[in-house]
Design a protein around this ligand. Structure first.
Ligand SMILES: Nc1ncnc2c1ncn2[C@@H]1O[C@H](COP(=O)(O)OP(=O)(O)OP(=O)(O)O)[C@@H](O)[C@H]1O
Length: 725
């Protein structure tokens, strides 16, 4: 989403072809007409194609007076480019990539360890398998995070930051190796990490872990810090503060920064230069941010080729856009993402389901470690009285969003529902109308029953999901007791899995080519009396056997997230929990997931026409019997069918009003959390929230000659004092 700011008119020239002049002649990174290979260019021919052929890129050091704050924008191939910047992959010719500034006398005198590229350039990436694990922490399933036993290797944040993570430290390094204590303290303060210093790393929330990793990288005072997807999974206030903080560090002139984003992400205003990657390993545009934005804006008409052909107006930049489309480097899905245009997924607003069977009931949940209460440290209104702890009810058919700043307890709350948290058993929680432990006359609910009735996708599941399962195996595991146990399958389940695999083939099978027909003889098939597309009469196996060959580990991060999203839905569980399940997806993939959630296989993708037959679709969207719980820091990832939300309290720090606990519903059909107005309203501090939101009011209805009774539809809002926005 790059076209946020007003564009100033300038001549349209592809920035990649422009000469760049710097005041300093000693760049930090110089890449000149280089191609890059994963293996030596002489081996493996076709399976070792060049990446970023004839790449040119120059980055002046932080000490140079030229201000260069770079953003790299691209899909999965941006990871390869970031590795190239860090000295990985083979450069052809070898001397075409160099780091001249690291060889200067200035570096030898000030920071000799920075003569090595791996010391001078630090990288922080958050997405995917390595995202949560730091030096062996957070390695086990979520439940391990909550175990009271601590291993010797459960390093605290302080130990992690000081590098004290060796069981047998070398003499003299018992307290870690810190180059500059004052600087480390400053970084800790600025990233608001002081209060967490003595906490084991595996107990940190996602947002806290991200801040910790940025702090660790900054504390090494690198010449260049590269951060991939710096803001993914952070609450809006933390995004603002980390963005401002990174800007301050970069402005000081001691650190260069390269931030990498997905095409649909919002890029901070202070970014001065951009490189936009196209499909394959190709650079589409590169140069000063305003020029790139302007070139991109001129490509908007390419989304409407018919209108464009009728118009006599053309320009070299539009020509370049056409060429890129014809060469396959640019496609309309990518262009839409870059231009920040929303596709319009079919939205179906779910009727307010107020009288469904209760699936989750919490009556005063309070989770604490020692003196620290991490969930339920508030009072709220229950039947007109103030009660302590979390009181909440989720019924069949209801779609909820859980909102809260990083560290406010969202993951802890979910672990109460999934029973990953040992304290679940001691809490006043009922699931499916039953307590966790048996009570006189009421049987408890077993963990296996619970797992079979809850579909769940989360960053924790992503980081622990077995990489060697095939795509089909991954979906089948939704019907098993554990990831690797034998699934309980039957013909109907097999058909459902095939149906999902068929629908999602364009996204999951990288070799999928809608124009090529599978190499299967059709001569022995009965001749249909009408003409059908050839694809639809081929056996389904020929369309879905890709899923038996591709393993989860070979998929891109976005594809892995799609598979886990489908895995959460496929067994038609009573409760679907999507915890940051769509983060890391491109805008079009995310919109397709949202549409799929609501209308199933009749959702439409701009990527390719679907082969599926809607009438016989195995999945037609969530049913009125299912409940949905969504957690996301990004409004665009919250389906419009979400009609209720819970906001957990958080304290943004000195000078800002703390957010309090609220339960609320979205009153009008037009109000959604995806809309800017709805999102901002949901995050208002109490003084403003109470002015703008309404209270659930008592409605009565007459039943024959009997006295008026309270409408059952209003029971929960009145009982729990809901608000409406
Ligand atoms: N075992 C533990 N001991 C002490 N504190 C803990 C422990 N486990 C988690 N916490 C703290 O509980 C709080 C809630 O964490 P949780 O992961 O639920 O937050 P979250 O809302 O999911 O955050 P995010 O949006 O960053 O993922 C955090 O402050 C975390 O540091």
């Amino acid at each position: 989403m790059l076209l946020q700011s007003i564009l100033r008119p300038r001549s349209l020239r592809p920035a990649a072809f422009r000469l760049v002049r710097f005041n300093t002649s000693v760049p930090l990174i110089r890449i000149k007409d280089a191609s890059f290979y994963k293996q030596h260019p002489d081996v493996n021919g076709a399976s070792n194609p060049p990446m970023f052929s004839q790449l040119n890129f120059t980055l002046p050091p932080a000490q140079s007076p030229d201000i260069h704050h770079w953003a790299i924008i691209g899909d999965t191939n941006r990871a390869d480019l970031l590795e190239i910047f860090r000295g990985q992959h083979i450069s052809d010719p070898p001397e075409a990539r160099s780091y001249p500034y690291l060889l200067t006398d200035e570096i030898s005198a000030k920071a000799p360890q920075h003569r090595s590229v791996s010391n001078a350039i630090q990288f922080v990436g958050f997405n995917g398998q390595d995202s949560g694990s730091v030096a062996g922490t957070r390695g086990a399933y979520l439940s391990a995070r909550y175990e009271s036993l601590r291993e010797e290797t459960d390093w605290t944040l302080r130990q992690y930051l000081r590098g004290q993570t060796s069981l047998n430290p070398v003499e003299g390094e018992e307290n870690g190796i810190v180059e500059d204590e004052d600087f480390l303290n400053q970084v800790v303060t600025q990233l608001n990490l002081e209060a967490l210093l003595d906490m084991p790393m595996q107990n940190l929330s996602n947002g806290q872990m991200r801040r910790a990793r940025i702090a660790k990288a900054l504390s090494k005072k690198p010449q260049l810090l590269i951060i991939d997807e710096p803001f993914i999974g952070l609450d809006p206030a933390t995004v603002k503060s980390i963005s401002a903080l990174l800007h301050r560090f970069a402005q000081r002139g001691s650190l260069r920064l390269i931030l990498a984003f997905r095409p649909q992400d919002q890029v901070p205003d202070w970014i001065t230069h951009m490189m936009i990657l196209g499909n394959g390993h190709n650079v589409l545009l590169q140069g000063p941010a305003n020029d790139v934005r302007q070139s991109l804006a001129s490509w908007a008409p390419l989304l409407h080729p018919r209108k464009l052909k009728a118009s006599p107006v053309t320009s070299p930049m539009i020509e370049k856009g056409w060429e890129s489309i014809h060469a396959g480097i640019l496609d309309r899905v990518l262009l839409r993402d870059l231009l920040g245009l929303k596709a319009s997924p079919k939205t179906q607003l779910r009727m307010r389901a107020m009288d469904g069977e209760p699936l989750i009931e919490m009556a005063g949940v309070r989770v604490q470690y020692g003196d620290k209460v991490v969930l339920g440290d508030w009072t709220s209104e229950v039947n007109g009285q103030q009660k302590e702890g979390l009181h909440w009810r989720v019924r069949r058919g209801q779609h909820w969003a859980i909102l809260g700043a990083n560290g406010s307890g969202k993951t802890t709350l979910l672990s109460m529902i999934t029973s990953d948290h040992p304290q679940t058993y001691a809490q006043p929680i009922k699931l499916f109308g039953r307590p966790r432990l048996p009570e006189p006359g009421v049987p408890g609910i077993s963990i296996f029953e619970l797992q079979s009735r809850i579909g769940h996708s989360s960053p924790e599941i992503h980081s622990l999901f077995p990489r060697n399962l095939t795509i089909r195996g991954a979906l089948e595991s939704a019907f098993a007791d554990t990831f690797l146990a034998k699934p309980k399958l039957n013909v109907q389940i097999d058909n459902t899995i095939n149906s999902f695999l068929l629908f999602w083939r364009p996204e999951l099978d990288s070799n999928y080519d809608p124009s090529s027909k599978p190499n299967v003889s059709t001569t022995h098939f009965p001749v249909p009396h009408r003409t059908y597309a050839m694809d639809s009469i081929l056996p389904i196996d020929s369309h879905v056997n890709y899923a038996d060959k591709i393993t989860f580990g070979r998929l891109s991060i976005a594809q892995q997230r799609i598979v886990l999203f489908l895995r959460a839905l496929i067994a038609k569980p009573d409760i679907v929990i999507l915890d940051e399940a769509l983060s890391g997806l491109s805008r079009s993939e995310r919109d397709l997931c949202l549409a799929f959630l609501q209308v199933g296989e009749s959702a439409v993708s701009s990527k390719s026409p679907r082969i599926g037959d809607d009438k016989h679709a195995a999945f037609k969207g969530l049913t009125n019997d299912q409940a949905l719980i969504v957690i996301s820091h990004v409004p665009d990832e919250i389906p419009d069918s979400v009609r209720f939300f819970m906001r957990l309290p958080s304290d943004p720090g000195p000078g800002a009003e703390a957010l309090d606990f609220r339960l609320a519903s979205l009153a009008s059909v037009d109000a959604t959390l995806r809309s800017r107005a709805g999102w901002e309203m949901a995050w208002l501090p109490p003084s403003e929230f109470e002015k703008k939101a309404g209270r659930a009011r008592r409605r009565t209805k007459r039943m024959g000659s009997q006295k008026p009774t309270v409408d059952h539809e209003i029971q929960d809002p009145l009982e729990f004092g809901w608000w409406t926005i």
